[in-house]
Design a protein around this ligand. Structure first.
Ligand SMILES: NC(=O)c1ccc[n+]([C@@H]2O[C@H](COP(=O)([O-])OP(=O)(O)OC[C@H]3O[C@@H](n4cnc5c(N)ncnc54)[C@H](OP(=O)(O)O)[C@@H]3O)[C@@H](O)[C@H]2O)c1
Length: 321
């Protein structure tokens, strides 16, 4: 099969299309013909070696496709089923071995690109707003990178619950997308960001900040919180936040900071199917829109990473074998 392989950590150029053997499935795995693979920021952290990963490896963890074969002990899925997943290593490939524990059925009317990119970012948005800090209707939150994959989904989930959403974006085009998703106020990054947030909240600050940008926004995020506010630092698109003195949380308002990850919020099959079901059903009934910002041929994975890291993308992006 054709797949992307990484033989050494580095820039996007280490993502090389090559011929490799088909994966061999275990008794509780599905062999899936990939329709599309999701591209996520975490794929760039793994590619550079920021997150540990032995080489060589096939990148990607998310996708959708049609089951071509099932392992000896599989009972819940059968050949021909359409499935999606957010945690199957080696997803930048024409065929992927997917554990049944992470496979989710895809409603017929959900297009491949949407199914391939909805789960990782969608379940992240879901756990952030449902389980990390669940704002009450009328509360105000701040979401960074409001036109990104997670940002657009998180904004829609919040707006549907009558939560006031302030977002940050870098361009006018992204501002428009963020507003369409339901943002109440769209700001630019900058020195006066926290000041602007306070003006929009009558001086009080927001109940929670959902920050996937990291190094560049962390200080403004803290300074934007109300007393006992929650900072959910869920990513590092601009770089990792440096070591931090916990004592600072005290005078700043007895603040909370958490650094969550999806795996810990999809700990068992019941939690995974709850979140995935909510996301897929909302997509199928039209209440949650997944914006596919770009589709790239599988062989152009390097370009997809370049565009994602250069802030050129909006919404979700996928690779199509
Ligand atoms: N912890 C978890 O469970 C989890 C799960 C999924 C994703 N994440 C994290 O969530 C974040 C968003 O992921 P995503 O896949 O949806 O990506 P994305 O938001 O579509 O792309 C990242 C966005 O971050 C903004 N950004 C600000 N400063 C940046 C910089 N210096 N370099 C690059 N981008 C910058 C850009 O938007 P503007 O141009 O508008 O600033 C860019 O489009 C990432 O940090 C990712 O690691 C975490």
């Amino acid at each position: 099969m054709r797949a992307i392989q990484v033989s050494e950590h580095g820039g996007p150029e280490v993502l090389v299309a090559t011929e490799v053997d088909d994966p061999v499935i275990g008794p509780n795995q599905l062999l899936v013909d990939t329709e599309a693979a999701g591209v996520n920021f975490i794929d760039t952290y793994i590619r550079t070696g920021t997150y540990p990963q032995p080489v060589p490896y096939i990148p990607g963890s998310e996708g959708t496709g049609v089951v071509a074969a099932v392992g000896a002990e599989v009972t819940d899925f059968t050949v021909g089923d359409r499935v999606a997943w957010a945690a199957a290593p080696g997803s930048y490939a024409e065929r992927v071995a997917v554990d049944t524990a992470v496979a989710v059925a895809v409603p017929d009317r959900v297009p491949a690109a949407v199914a391939a990119s909805a789960l990782l970012q969608g379940m992240t948005a879901h756990y952030l707003i449902e389980s990390v800090y669940k704002p009450a209707p009328g509360e105000t939150i701040l979401v960074h990178a409001g036109a990104g994959g997670v940002g657009l989904l998180l904004t829609q989930l919040a707006a549907a619950r009558d939560i006031r959403v302030i977002t940050t974006v870098s361009t006018d085009a992204k501002e428009e997308l963020s507003r369409e998703a339901g943002a109440t106020h769209v700001l630019r990054y900058g020195d006066d960001l926290a000041q602007r947030v306070r003006e929009l909240t009558a001086g009080e600050g927001v109940a929670a900040v959902y920050d996937g940008v990291g190094a560049a926004t962390f200080e403004a995020s803290l300074a934007s919180l109300r007393i006992r506010g929650m900072l959910a630092l869920f990513g590092a698109a601009s770089g990792q936040v440096p070591p931090f003195d916990l004592q600072r949380l005290n005078p700043a308002g007895s603040l909370f900071v958490t650094r969550p990850t999806l795996a810990h919020y999809t700990r068992d099959r019941a939690e995974l199917t709850w979140r995935a079901g909510d996301v897929m059903n909302a997509i199928a009934d039209g209440t949650l829109r997944v914006r596919i910002g770009a589709e790239y041929p599988l062989a152009e994975a390097a370009q997809a990473h370049r565009d994602l890291q250069a802030r050129k993308t909006t919404g979700s992006i996928v690779l199509v074998p």
